[in-house]
Design a protein around this ligand. Structure first.
Ligand SMILES: [Zn+2]
Ligand SMILES: [Zn+2]
Ligand SMILES: [Zn+2]
Ligand SMILES: [Zn+2]
Ligand SMILES: [Zn+2]
Length: 310
């Protein structure tokens, strides 16, 4: 936001200073990092040290034991790939369920219980929406009016024998004929399903990369196998990087970010209208990393000439 776009009304009533949006002072405040940590910090932000420790501990496990979650039609088609924000029948998001395993349990189907205190959901269960609305049970009540405890009976009536919806999916099959499938990378490959690149983010579920964020992930792991190293995760954007990252990097010197001595104040905190969430987080994170690198270099040697294509 530039000064000229601040609404005039803010200056009325004798306001001398505009309320300052608190700027992130640590990497641990970036929402890019939050994607990696998911709900694992219990709502308290990690310190940079805790974050490094977390990455060392969790990323290899996540790469090894990634679980893919999809909502599968009886024809074998994945009608929905579950992502971190996808709602469960229990009304909580996928990322609020247990999604990381040190050892993957042998029993199938794999149950991913909800971690929200007091929630009775024992296994992540996808329910489609009808437009923006929850779908209805044959008892006429909405999905979210039913108990998340096994049995899924209705809280609003006594005639329901357990949630059952005849809502028809776009694939032509009724919702009740679909299954929420949780599978390992090997199981998914055996089904001939795509697994995409390994990514460091928490609770990715069935997402295998689409839209611009896939490009962001791809540079995190060239091989497609194994957890990206800390060096790779923390490396600055260079001329060799994907145009997606360079484009965001190049625009970080636009007037909205201005030049200032402080490092944090130069991070552009405004979302461009065309950016999706992940692109936004990625841009913020890369800007910060680049500035920290630059600040470090300043003490030692002059900055190398930028190799930005003109
Ligand atoms: Zn829940
Ligand atoms: Zn749940
Ligand atoms: Zn019902
Ligand atoms: Zn009911
Ligand atoms: Zn379907």
């Amino acid at each position: 936001m530039t000064g000229s776009s601040i609404p005039v009304s803010l200056f009325q009533g004798g306001l001398r200073c505009l309320p300052q949006r608190p700027l992130p002072t640590r990497i641990s405040n970036s929402r890019f990092m939050q994607r990696i940590v998911g709900e694992d910090d219990g709502g308290k932000l990690f310190t940079p040290e805790e974050y490094e420790e977390y990455k060392r501990k969790v990323l290899p496990m996540r790469s090894e034991n990634r679980l893919f979650v999809s909502w599968r039609s009886p024809t074998g088609m994945d009608c929905k790939l579950v992502g971190p924000e996808t709602l469960c029948f229990c009304t909580h998001r996928y990322k609020q369920h247990k999604t990381d395993f040190r050892t993957i349990p042998q029993q199938r189907p794999l149950s991913l219980p909800c971690r929200v205190t007091g929630c009775q959901c024992g296994a992540y269960l996808y329910v489609p929406l009808n437009g923006a609305q929850p779908i209805r049970c044959r008892c006429k009540h909405f999905a979210d009016q039913h108990s998340a405890a096994p049995g899924f009976i209705c809280n609003a009536c006594s005639k329901c024998s357990g949630f059952h919806s005849c809502f028809t999916c776009a694939c032509g099959q009724p919702a009740y004929a679909h299954d929420t499938v949780v599978e390992t990378k090997q199981e998914r490959l055996a089904q001939g399903k795509p697994v995409g690149q390994d990514v460091p983010y928490a609770a990715m579920g069935g997402l295998t990369g689409f839209s611009s964020l896939a490009e962001g992930y791809m540079r995190l792991d060239d091989s497609g196998i194994g957890a990206p190293s800390v060096e790779v995760l923390d490396s600055p954007v260079t001329a060799r990087d994907h145009p997606f990252l360079k484009a965001f990097q190049a625009s970080s010197s636009s007037p909205e970010t201005l030049t200032d001595v402080g490092t944090s104040s130069r991070v552009s905190s405004l979302r461009r209208p065309e950016e999706d969430d992940m692109a936004f987080f990625e841009r913020r994170y890369q800007e910060r990393i680049k500035m920290e690198k630059a600040a470090k270099l300043k003490g030692k040697a002059p900055l190398p000439p930028t190799t930005k294509p003109s």
